[in-house]
Design a protein around this ligand. Sequence first.
Ligand code: 2AL
Length: 247
Amino acid sequence: MTLIHVINPNTSQAMTDGIARTAREVAGPGITVLAVTSAMGPASIESHYDEALAVPGVLAAVREGERAGAAGHVIACFGDPGLAAAREVAAGPVVGIAEAAAHVAMLLGRSFSVVTTLSRTVGHTRDLIRSYGFAAACAGIHACDVPVLDLDSPSAWASVGKTCAAARDSDGCDVIVLGCAGMTGLAAALSGELGIPVVDGVAAAVKLAEALAVLGLRTSKRDEYATPPPKPVLGPLSGLALPEPPG
Ligand code: 2AL
């Protein structure tokens, strides 16, 4: 059994249910998906403050997934909150949906545009894409102005679709990347409407995590991503202190 541990970094169970549906749809034979909702943090992540509050819950979830024997982890929020720290404490690969979606988009065309939720997330998304090395290929980042937790209605889906079409027309991009886990499940229909590939980050990340796990490829522990040395952690986060290594 190969376990792929999919973490919803926000605390909305409804969003986890949608993420889990996509993950199970795309997971290959022999893959078990364990989809979990963060046990602490904000209901949705659409500001720097939300993201900072979400990271401890992501790290707690990664450590629980390790104890459950996860072969790989997916961080299913487009800010990839806590991704580098998660790589330090996980044995298997950790894949964020933003990084996964950008990689997959670059296998499908020369340029991509991202459709995100609120305009306040555009700058952070731009920083992320730049940090992953894809700035030159990113033709634009567009907000549909729908808050994360409102992405579950036909009118919200219509706004996402309209923003994708506008991004395609204004940017001339080859590929659209959906910039929120709450948009999962929309890609196939949108791709049909738009006539260009639309990448669902949840699906991309689950498939990449699965591929890495099946290939036996793990995060390099040579230096930066090695397990950090244990040290005292005070206050409400004391439960996240790392143990002394065995032996
Ligand atoms: C997200 C996401 O994927 N999950 C969440 O809570 N916020 N992304 C976004 N662009 O707002």
